[in-house]
Ligand binder design. Structure first.
Ligand SMILES: Cc1cc2nc3c(=O)[nH]c(=O)nc-3n(C[C@H](O)[C@H](O)[C@H](O)COP(=O)(O)OP(=O)(O)OC[C@H]3O[C@@H](n4cnc5c(N)ncnc54)[C@H](O)[C@@H]3O)c2cc1C
Length: 272
């Protein structure tokens, strides 16, 4: 059970940061993960009064406050259009609407959970996190950093011309994914991200150039290239077994979801 001795509704980020320097203090997101644990918290720090629950879209980026509920990301028209539905697809399977109204993007990214659909999706985009002390850090670097006592303030998604598709496999609706896959194509090539392996999300680049020049390939050539990349991903992405599936099953999923996601971003049509 979670026990909280003192509750403080922070009046500033400075105050929240200072309070959080004590090892037994804890920043609150939506609390849906925190409440599952056994822990005694001396000071619970609530960021909900700091106006960090909005999504701002500019010409070049989306700026998302850490207290923004996952449901707001799911329903945001700008994010939906920019990702052609991928962000909505990555979120809509997470438990249920009421749950996604509570869970925050800050808690989801700070947690760096292996099973995270949110992390898998955002790693495929050009995403940065803004930390109160640490400043702006590329999300792919942030996931490798140890959890410290900083505060995640915002998430920034830079708008780059891209095509992106998100797919996940679940044993049953609302459960954690057995595997999550997000593929993004841009002028810099392909970036594939695999979550729920079940370890933390893994980024795969096209080191063998299998999809290089895909835009100029014929449909037949593209089909072959997509299949080769799916085989390459199955070789390169480390998978492990747990109660939801074996490593072998996950590797098969890597192959299938990679192919399908590449098809979805235009691997099989002349519309590139
Ligand atoms: C039953 C269940 C099923 C789930 N299924 C899925 C799923 O299928 N896919 C998926 O992607 N996710 C899933 N999740 C995770 C969920 O979507 C959220 O990511 C998770 O609950 C954390 O969000 P929260 O806002 O509740 O954070 P909290 O529980 O409030 O906090 C989580 C951690 O982050 C810290 N924290 C929160 N905000 C900040 C901040 N701004 N700065 C610094 N530290 C902060 C907290 O101190 C805590 O350590 C599931 C969670 C549960 C409980």
């Amino acid at each position: 059970m979670l026990k909280i001795k003192n509750y403080v509704k922070a009046e500033s980020l400075e105050q929240a940061y200072e309070l959080n320097q004590k090892r037994t203090a804890c920043v609150l997101g939506g609390m849906v993960w925190l409440k599952m644990g056994n822990r005694v918290v001396t000071t619970a720090i609530d960021l909900s009064g700091l106006g960090l629950d909005t999504i701002t879209e500019t010409e070049s980026e989306f700026v998302i406050g850490c207290m923004t509920p996952l449901r707001d990301l799911e329903l945001h028209q700008g994010l939906h259009t920019y990702t052609k539905g991928a962000i909505r697809e990555s979120l809509r399977h997470i438990v249920g609407v009421q749950f996604r109204n509570c869970a925050t993007v800050g808690g989801s990214i700070w947690g760096r959970f292996g099973f995270s659909d949110v992390l898998t999706m955002l790693l495929a985009l050009d995403t940065e996190v803004e930390l109160f002390k640490g400043g702006r850090v590329c999300l792919s670097d942030f996931v490798k950093m140890p959890k410290d006592r900083d505060i995640l303030v915002r998430i920034i998604i830079k708008k780059t011309p891209l095509k992106v598709a998100y797919l996940s496999q679940r044993n049953t609706k609302t459960d954690f994914p057995v595997l999550a896959c997000c593929i993004r194509l841009s002028e810099n090539g392909v970036r594939a991200v695999y979550g729920a392996r079940p370890a933390k999300a893994f980024l795969l680049e096209d080191e063998e150039g299998l999809l290089a020049g895909m835009g100029t390939m014929s449909v037949e050539e593209r089909k072959t290239a997509v299949q080769k990349f799916a085989d390459y991903a199955a070789r390169k992405v480390p998978t492990f077994g747990n109660m939801r599936g074996s490593a072998e099953y996950r590797t098969l999923l890597v192959k299938v979801l990679t192919r399908r996601a590449l098809e979805a971003v235009g691997g099989m049509t002349d519309e590139n």
